[in-house]
Design a protein around this ligand. Sequence first.
Ligand code: ADP
Ligand code: MG
Length: 212
Amino acid sequence: MTTAAFSTLPLSAVTLANLDTLGYREMTPIQAQSLPLILKGHDLIAQAKTGSGKTATFGIGLLEPLNPRFFGCQALVLCPTRELADQVAKEIRRLARGHGNIKVLTLCGGVPFGPQVGSLEHGAHIIVGTPGRVQEHLRKGTLVLDGLNTLVLDEADRMLDMGFYDSIAEIIGQTPAKRQTLLFSATYPAGIEQLAKTFMRNPQQVKVEALH
Ligand code: ADP
Ligand code: MG
């Protein structure tokens, strides 16, 4: 498998510097296949095993079009669990260094609702959360997704296994039609195809079998 440096992509100097600091020099195969499509604005279904670098793939993709001066939610990442949401938020914060004052907020169940409302009032550029809690905030009107550019469904197969299809569908119904949708999954069960057919616009598909 040939590798390619991140510097071959049309990325901002700040992102390239952050990747260098993180020690990410060569793209992993899923990054090399996905990022050119993501940066062109395509919807994408990416299938790759755990540990293949999916977080940085969508993290870079959602940060490039972000406007730090607009304090509305521009990117939403849905994850199956709070632990995964915390890991994703941590990685996005690292990738966002130097991009301006970018706020990444996690919205997960199992923690009190009120403090999340307080944080949302201060504004957040990027939200990483679990479907149930995000849906709850949308229903209460404490979260508005009118300014969303990028929607990421991370570990989509696990979210479907956990019975989140309807929550995801309701959340997507609150987002602008003109958005980029990126779906990441280790497997490709029927529910994923249903999600893609219903909510994605001409999605490009990439698949990586081996880890590296
Ligand atoms: P996945 O979501 O596919 O399971 P992660 O995004 O959690 O994988 O990444 C797995 C590990 O690989 C993380 O420790 C991450 O820091 C590291 N990683 C991601 N991209 C690169 C890269 N291009 N070069 C080196 N390490 C990377
Ligand atoms: Mg992952």
